[in-house]
Design a protein around this ligand. Structure first.
Ligand SMILES: [Zn+2]
Length: 197
């Protein structure tokens, strides 16, 4: 949930003719009330979603700026450390490392190491990240393959993204494995006494 929410603000790219990129979906005036409602209504899931969506704004304001008061004001807030830049690389690699550490601490790593039905949901962040990247590169005429390895900082980020997509892809594979295994289970399993679930 947090992974999907983390890329969600940039989904405004999909609505390009109607909404300008980096406006409503990067505004605290718009997002804070939504996050508050989601946390009150959905508790933990709402908190995961809000953490993801607000982390996008924090990260964007490190490497660039965000319009926190849009549409009330065009005021831009941020440190503009640059994209790509060493700060951006440190931020991305650091966040990736943090997610890996958290996943191994809370047991989420089992979603990619063992067959689990829930793992198919990892297809959502995987498809989000891949399509957003392709769409953004297409819109801005960026030759991805040449750009990805053009600088040291970018090479690290590219490798990190490849690893992330590999992990998410492995998760989707484990999810599909779990579904196939469940379908193959002999009938007597399901006709026995009701399982404690
Ligand atoms: Zn953004």
């Amino acid at each position: 949930m947090a992974l999907v929410a983390g890329v969600l603000p940039d989904f405004d790219i999909y609505f390009k003719p109607f909404i300008q990129h980096h406006t409503y979906s990067h505004s605290l005036v718009v997002l804070l009330p939504i996050c508050a409602v989601l946390i009150v209504r959905f508790k933990g899931l709402g908190l995961a979603f809000s953490t993801g969506i607000l982390s996008h704004l924090v990260a964007d304001s490190f490497v660039g700026t965000i319009p926190p008061l849009y549409p009330l004001s065009d005021f831009q807030l941020g440190m503009s450390l640059g994209l790509p830049s060493p700060a951006d690389t440190a931020l991305e690699i650091g966040a990736f490392g943090l997610v890996l550490a958290l996943a191994s601490l809370n047991g989420d790593q089992k979603l990619v190491t063992k067959p689990h039905r829930e793992s198919v949901y990892l297809a959502i962040p995987m498809v989000s990240i891949v399509t957003l990247t392709l769409l953004f590169a297409g819109d801005n005429n960026i030759p991805l393959a040449a750009f990805a390895f053009s600088r040291k900082a970018l090479t690290l980020i590219t490798l990190g993204h490849a690893a992330l997509i590999g992990i998410l892809g492995l998760g989707v594979f484990q999810g599909i494995r779990a579904f196939i295994a469940d379908n193959r289970r002999p009938l007597k399993d399901s006709s026995g006494p009701p399982a404690q679930q």
